[in-house]
Design a binder for this molecule. Structure first.
Ligand SMILES: [Zn+2]
Length: 186
């Protein structure tokens, strides 16, 4: 009798502690995702310049970009690197929502303008507004291409081609790593 009771107590305590340990982080995560979707905004504690609403031009020293961006984002955004095709997060997604610049938060594309392209990078036929994306002639690698850059931070996003679908005939060929996606509120 005396031996059984403490054992049961121990089992109950053990189960309770597992339940608490499992329940707490899950609850936290669900809450933060919900609040992000509700506010339709993201925040990046390491990047104080990041904003989904501020459209003021952002000019920062390279050393600052290096400090506030993750290395893979920095290499594409500031050094015009290209991610390998079929490896990014968004090349094959169709979810409804909005795409923002991962470096500064500028609104770039609506999912309505995304189309399924076999090139292995997320492709859009239209930018969100006139200021979203700006262009520069790119003559690297012996090709003449149009480089597409973020209209707020001037960070490299990808290239613009003329082989897209109607109504624009444009193909914004983007790197997933420099895009943030916020799903539409249902
Ligand atoms: Zn940007």
């Amino acid at each position: 009798m005396f031996k059984v009771k403490p054992f049961i107590k121990l089992v109950i305590l053990f189960q309770l502690s597992i339940l608490l340990a499992c329940a707490q982080p899950q609850k936290k995560e669900t809450k933060s995702i919900e609040s992000k979707i509700k506010s339709n905004m993201l925040s990046k504690p390491n990047n104080p310049y990041y904003s989904n609403t501020d459209t003021t031009k952002l000019v920062l020293e390279d050393s600052v970009w290096k400090r506030i961006l993750p290395n893979d984002v920095y290499e594409v955004s500031r050094n015009a690197d290209t991610e390998r095709p079929f490896t990014g997060k968004y090349w094959n997604t169709e979810e409804k929502g909005t795409y923002y610049c991962a470096a500064c938060g500028n609104k770039l594309f609506k999912s309505d303008a995304k189309f399924s392209s076999s090139c292995g990078w997320p492709s859009f036929f239209e930018q969100e507004n006139k200021q979203s994306v700006v262009y520069k002639t790119d003559n690297t690698y012996g090709m003449e291409r149009i480089e597409a850059l973020c209209g707020r931070c001037n960070g490299h996003l990808g290239h613009l081609f003329d082989d897209g679908p109607p109504p624009t005939g444009k193909r914004y060929c983007m790197n997933s790593i420099v895009l943030d996606f916020v799903p539409e509120v249902k």
